[in-house]
Each structure stands twice: as structure tokens, then as C-alpha cells.
Write a protein that binds this ligand. Structure first.
Ligand SMILES: [Zn+2]
Length: 484
């Protein structure tokens, strides 16, 4: 007895390092168990809206429970955040009349069955300044698409959301963008915008109608500038509710002050479901890399932090509907369970594949002041941390982290090691071959070790992480937290 209690005292008085604590819960067989289950054929590719993705959600919640992760106040049954989505059947008929001019060559970005009329006003590019001297309330606002000198498809699409937001804030009933799009590009957008689509359930009452006209923007502009009355008719649309959920859990921090700050550890757990069979006749898109791996980064952090809490509090979130347009993360940011200004960092994980098992690729590595913590964590597990190898792909803004970043929260994405989008990546990326049995689990063990250690370092660092100066989202950060 004496010897035993002596040993106990010794082990208690010895503070373990974050690296040691990370290794104490890191287990290759646990990792394999999670991935083989989440990416099993029985879960049929975890498509949002399918019964099988709910089994994945239940599995994640129960794993939280088993690890001792605490329920989140306000969450359903402690671990679920309902995400109300709906499937829309596109409109059968769209038409726009301005004065004595009419067209049905339109694309709808947002709207519902309606028949509305109102005064049409032309507001240049439809940016906030353009609304300064006018009252747009109740009016149909017509604007040029894109911005001065930027009229390419990416510019147009990239600005559409912001323009819609501005129009909503100014009380417009409809936003009509006059585009130069025609031919192949028009066809592409038409296919993209006119298919069946999943989206967040809309508040039908105050929804702005948002349309694009086809080509001939200059002609439209002349007509619109005559200050005519306009009419918009939309019919044949149909919506059905698609229930869905984010899975959440938390661990309270240990430091009396720092526990007021939260770090979010997140990944999407959905994938793309059943699709075209490949040459082997496999039609189940299991999504082992994309994103059972990301899900398990979060589960690994949850297991570790529940066992050995960090100074800052931890919030774990597994998002639904990333593959449908980042819908689960958007929903979370619009309906946060912990106020966003209490969240100091969002460490996301999303994965397509890997082609270099000596690295971890962090999209946005050098964009936050936590980069040294992430790099040293990778080094500890024999990996080199590298930044986005293909910034031209815009990956930073194409995963769930972007909704947090745009709110001001520093939010990089931790990914399996890739140095380029090459054939090795496309062999598995959104393919039926993305299976659990062709993953390198020795590499994954290091990868999860590096992620968990980086989480611990960030959550224990006395200095609160932030955007580096000059970053695109630095200003949003200052606005969220107040000047630092
Ligand atoms: Zn994907």
C-alpha cells in the first residue's frame, strides 16, 4: 500500500507535456475502427437527407458520450443541432417585364413562386455606396453584374451573395443583375442553378427575388434606366423539407480566465452518397478521405481533450451538408450555440486525398498567428506542415472554415498531405474508390497525432491566436472581437 501511494504521488506531481498527453490517447486501432465504420458500405456514402447519415450522426454523438464530452446547452438531446434544409424543384416558368420589354431568359439565384410588380431603379453595381442616395424599399433593383473591370464568371458569382445581402438590407423586393453571360458560360450556370437543390429553409415572407439576365447587359441597362414599372413572375417551384443535423459537444476549459474563450474543432461528416458505378461496379461513394478522416480528427481531439482538458474551452462540431454547399457550417454560424465572439479559433479539417505522407497540408497555415503551434506539432509527429500548394483553387474559401473566417474567426483547414492536384488525388477525390481499405493508417496515426497536439498547443497558449496583419479577414476579426 505504501509503495502504491508513493508511486501515485510521484505520478501526480509530474506534469505531462502536451506531446505526452497527445500520445496517451492516440491509437491506430481506434482510428481504424472509426474510419471503417463511417466509410462502410452500410452507411451508403452518408448523403445529407439519407437515413444512413443519421446513423453516422448517432455514432458520433455516442462516441462523444463514451469519451465524456459534455453536451452543449441548447442542443437537442445534448449533442444535435437540427439544420432545417429543403429540397427545391426549380421554377418551370420565369419572366421579367420592364416597361414594354419582356424576357424569359433568366436564371434564378434565389426566390419562390411569386407575381410581383414595382418600380425599377438602376443602381450601378449594387454595392453599399450605390444605395446611399436612394430609397430602394419595395423596389426592383437592377444592377450590373460583377464590379468595375471585373465581369468574368467568377467575379459575377463571387459578388452575387454580397449584392443580395445589400439589397435585402435596403429593403428591395427583387435584385436583377444584368449580365454579359451567354453561350457556354450561360449554359453552365443554367445547369448549376436550375437543378434540384438543397438549401437552408428560407423565411418565405421576406425573401428577396434574385435574378440574372442573359447577355446584352448594355441593352437592358438602357431600358432599365427609363425608370419603368417592372413585373416578375415565377411559377412551378416546389419545396420539400429535408431534416438534417450538426453534431456538437464541448469540454470546459481549466483556466479560470481562458475558459471563457472557445476553440472550435470541426469537420463535415457528410459525403455524396450513391452515384455512377465505376469500372468495378462500385456505386457507393464511401468518402473515407472526404471526410471520415476529418471526422476522426475531431473525434481524436474530443477523446484527448475530454480526458485531459485544455485551458481554453473546446467546442466540437461535425457539420452536415458540406457537399451540398457548406450548408451545415453556414447554419451554425447563423445560429451559434456559443456566441461567435467567444470563439477565438476554428480549426477545421477537410480532405480530398493525399500524395505525400511526409507532410500535412494546412490551408491557411501562415494566415493566423497559430502557425508556429501547428508547425511544431507536425514536427513532433515526423511531419512537415506546408501551406496551401494551390492557392489558385481557392480552397480556403471552399470549405466550412470560410463561414467562420468571414465572421472574423481565424479558421484554417488541416488536411492530408498534398503538394499538388495530381492524378493520385483525383483517383480518389469524389470517387467510389475513396474506401477505408486503401488508406495508410501509419500515416494517419501521425496525422491525427499532429492535429491533436496542435489543438492542445493552441488551446493552452497564453496568447490568443488571431489573423496575421493584412489578411483578407483581419478586419472582420477586429469587427468581431473589438480592437485587440
Ligand atoms: Zn467533398
Amino acid at each position: 500500500m505504501l509503495m502504491g501511494s508513493f508511486l501515485l504521488i510521484v505520478s501526480l506531481s509530474y506534469a505531462q507535456s502536451d506531446a505526452e498527453l497527445t500520445r496517451s490517447t492516440l491509437s491506430k486501432s481506434t482510428i481504424e475502427g472509426h474510419i471503417y465504420f463511417l466509410a462502410s458500405d452500410e452507411l451508403k456514402g452518408r448523403e445529407t437527407g439519407s437515413p444512413e447519415i443519421d446513423i453516422a450522426a448517432q455514432y458520433i454523438a455516442n462516441t462523444f458520450r463514451r469519451y465524456g464530452v459534455q453536451p452543449v446547452p441548447g442542443a437537442e438531446n445534448g449533442y444535435f443541432q437540427p439544420v432545417h434544409l429543403e429540397k427545391t424543384k426549380p421554377a418551370e416558368h420565369l419572366s421579367l417585364t420592364i416597361g414594354d420589354f419582356a424576357t424569359d431568359e433568366l436564371l434564378m439565384l434565389k426566390g419562390q413562386n411569386t407575381e410581383l410588380s414595382g418600380e425599377v431603379i438602376f443602381l450601378n453595381y449594387g454595392m453599399p455606396d450605390d444605395y446611399q442616395k436612394v430609397d430602394a424599399k419595395g423596389k426592383i433593383v437592377a444592377v450590373r453584374s460583377g464590379s468595375e473591370g471585373k465581369a468574368g464568371p467568377n467575379d459575377i458569382f463571387g459578388l452575387a451573395r454580397e449584392k443580395r445581402q445589400v439589397a435585402v438590407e435596403n429593403g428591395a423586393v427583387a435584385l436583377v443583375e444584368l449580365t454579359q453571360l451567354k453561350g457556354v458560360m450561360w449554359g453552365r450556370f443554367k445547369r448549376y442553378l436550375s437543378g434540384e437543390k438543397l438549401q437552408a429553409r428560407s423565411q418565405q415572407t421576406n425573401d428577396l427575388i434574385h435574378l440574372w439576365t442573359k447577355g446584352e447587359a448594355d441593352t437592358f441597362e438602357k431600358i432599365v434606366k427609363k425608370k419603368a414599372q417592372g413585373q416578375i413572375t415565377i411559377s412551378g417551384m416546389d419545396r420539400t423539407a429535408v431534416p438534417s443535423k450538426n453534431v456538437v459537444g464541448m469540454v470546459e476549459g481549466t483556466d479560470p480566465d481562458l475558459k471563457e474563450e472557445f476553440v472550435i474543432y470541426s469537420a463535415h461528416y457528410d459525403h455524396i452518397g450513391i452515384g455512377q458505378p465505376n469500372n468495378e461496379g462500385d456505386s457507393i461513394y464511401n468518402g473515407a478521405r472526404d471526410n471520415a478522416v476529418g471526422t476522426v480528427t475531431v473525434l481524436s481531439a474530443a477523446e484527448n481533450i475530454a480526458r485531459h482538458p485544455t485551458k481554453r474551452s473546446a467546442l466540437f462540431i461535425l457539420f452536415t451538408a458540406e457537399e451540398k454547399g457548406l450548408l451545415g457550417s453556414e447554419w451554425y454560424v447563423d445560429n451559434p450555440l456559443i456566441p461567435l465572439d467567444k470563439v477565438v479559433y476554428c480549426f477545421n479539417s477537410d480532405n480530398g486525398g493525399y500524395n505525400d505522407t511526409s507532410v500535412a497540408t494546412i490551408i491557411g497555415l501562415e494566415r493566423t498567428t497559430a502557425s508556429e503551434n501547428i508547425k511544431s506539432a507536425c514536427t513532433e509527429f515526423g511531419l512537415e506542415a506546408i501551406d496551401d500548394p494551390a492557392p489558385e483553387q481557392g480552397l480556403f474559401d471552399r470549405s466550412d472554415n470560410v463561414h467562420f473566417a468571414a465572421s472574423g474567426i481565424p479558421a484554417p483547414t488541416f488536411s492530408l498531405g498534398f503538394r499538388a492536384f495530381d492524378a493520385e488525388i483525383f483517383k480518389y477525390y469524389h470517387q467510389a474508390s475513396d474506401n477505408p481499405d486503401n488508406l495508410d493508417y501509419d500515416y494517419l496515426t501521425k496525422f491525427f497525432g499532429a492535429y491533436v497536439l496542435a489543438c492542445r498547443k493552441i488551446a493552452n497558449d497564453p496568447v490568443t491566436p488571431f489573423w496575421v496583419k493584412g489578411d483578407k479577414y483581419h478586419e472582420a476579426g477586429e469587427a468581431l472581437y473589438g480592437d485587440k
